[in-house]
Design a protein around this ligand. Structure first.
Ligand SMILES: [Fe+2]
Length: 232
């Protein structure tokens, strides 16, 4: 039996406090998360590849003070065969999102840039969005204790500038203006490219590689799927 089609009515909320009214959440901000099972060997291999990239790289371009300590690889790792396994895994997740959101079957979400980050103790990544892309994300390779959370910020500035007052510790999740995700190894997050996000400071006690938070970042765009047109 096939899964039922989602109907808009299913997003309608009712509750005793609403009485005869109903609530519909429109313009949702979707953040997808997943976990790669049996990732230990997979991640260990990526970790070694990332350090090898760092060793052969001659420059890194920090964007601001806190990021001076963070190292970033070139942004073309999706074209590097050594990183093909992680790229394929992430593109499989993006294909699921395409299907979930009823995107055109003649198109697919393709990773357009992918890079590695080594974030030592004391470093983080300032808030940014990723112009020119549809979806963005990251895959957590190595997460020492003390790694900072990934924080997403409500893009509707009015909610941050002029917030409502809520009962203490009783703010509905639908009204959050900031949400954080605690990274864990094998975990990945995929979010709209326009959504501001930051990585809080890595507070790992160890210095050197033992305190390094390592993750793979990527962006994705929607492209005509040549594979589907040649197959039909
Ligand atoms: Fe980012």
């Amino acid at each position: 039996m096939s899964a039922p089609e989602l109907k808009f009515e299913e997003f309608t909320a009712t509750s005793p406090s609403l009485g005869a009214m109903t609530r519909k959440n429109n313009f949702p901000t979707m953040i997808f998360q997943g976990q790669l099972e049996n990732h230990t060997e997979f991640n260990e291999n990526i970790r070694k590849l990332v350090y090898a990239e760092q060793k052969k790289a001659s420059t890194s371009k920090p964007a601001n003070d806190i990021e001076i300590m963070e190292w970033r690889s070139a942004k073309n790792l999706h074209r590097n065969s050594k990183f093909a396994a992680v790229r394929d895994h992430l593109e499989a997740a993006l294909a699921s999102i395409s299907s979930e959101l009823h995107y055109s079957k003649d198109h697919r979400l393709k990773i357009s840039s992918m890079w590695a980050n080594i974030s030592p103790s004391g470093s983080g990544a300032a808030a940014e969005c990723r112009p020119g892309n549809l979806w963005s994300g990251c895959y957590c390779v190595r997460v020492p204790k003390g790694t900072g959370s990934m924080k997403f910020i409500d893009p509707r500035t009015i909610n941050v500038m002029n917030p409502a007052k809520f009962e203490k510790d009783d703010k509905p999740r639908d009204c959050f203006t900031k949400v954080t995700f605690k990274p864990s190894e094998g975990h990945f997050v995929i979010f709209p490219a326009w959504l501001y996000h930051e990585v809080e400071t890595n507070m790992a006690k160890q210095s050197g590689p033992a305190g390094d938070y390592i993750y793979i970042s990527f962006n994705a765009t929607q492209v005509k799927d040549k594979r589907s047109s040649t197959a039909s």
